[in-house]
Design a protein around this ligand. Structure first.
Ligand SMILES: O=C(O)c1ccccc1N[C@@H]1O[C@H](COP(=O)(O)O)[C@@H](O)[C@H]1O
Length: 205
């Protein structure tokens, strides 16, 4: 087991460096103002400038304006984008950046058909569906809803923690796992023991 790990909801340099020290492959920044993990473009870009090599910064947007997205990602060539709203394939493509599309999974969804709507995505992130909340819910969804043989690498998210990440990887075999609330001390602040336990669980089993 050596799954890639994205630690999302980073709001400060200390947490970013701590996650990198423990082996995070990607660091996520939430540019959705209603989130308790919102970070300003200025703060995020100053953190990104200080990230070590081989760690991917991921800019998370929820149906954001093109001007906001451009203003964030134009500041650094390292950005990958995570679209966590109801953006279409053509909206996701227009920035000419590597991106992943988040899909919020619920009973009855044809996940395979949804994934196929984003042929230009590098990966598809599968998260729990909760009405009225776009993400970061801390809720797990039924992993049995994920069919085998999807056409894109899968990033599994939704309610993951150091306690369930090993089981999740064994059951789903995702390309990567993504966590936000499950490694927090409080909203927007990461817990070093939880981050360490999560990454160990994902990478060492
Ligand atoms: O983290 C947030 O606040 C957030 C807000 C809006 C959209 C997505 C958000 N986070 C993403 O949600 C999933 C699951 O998070 P959790 O581990 O269940 O807390 C993850 O992909 C985050 O990147």
């Amino acid at each position: 087991m050596n799954c890639r790990v994205k630690i999302c909801g980073i709001t400060n340099l200390e947490d970013a460096m701590m996650a990198c020290k423990h082996g995070a492959d990607a660091i996520g920044f939430v540019f959705y103002e209603k989130s308790p993990r919102y970070v300003s473009p200025e703060t995020a870009n100053s953190i990104v400038e200080q990230l070590p090599p081989f760690v991917t910064p991921v800019a998370l947007f929820v149906d954001a304006s093109a001007s906001l997205i451009e203003s964030v990602v134009s500041a650094n060539a390292r950005w990958m984008i995570q679209f966590h709203g109801v953006e279409s394939e053509s909206e996701c493509c227009r920035y000419k950046r590597p991106y992943m599309k988040a899909l919020r999974v619920k009973q009855g969804d044809n996940v395979s058909a949804l994934v196929d709507q984003y042929p230009s995505a590098l990966a598809i992130l599968l998260d729990a569906y909760k009405a009225g909340v776009p993400g970061g819910t801390g809720e797990v969804f039924d992993w049995c809803l994920i069919p085998e043989g999807l056409s894109k690498p899968i990033v599994l998210a939704g309610g993951l923690t150091g306690e369930n990440v090993k089981q999740a990887i064994e059951q789903v075999s995702p390309y990567a796992v993504d966590v936000s609330g499950g490694v927090e001390l409080s909203k927007g602040i990461k817990s070093e023991p939880k981050v360490q336990e999560f990454i160990r669980g994902a990478k060492c089993g």
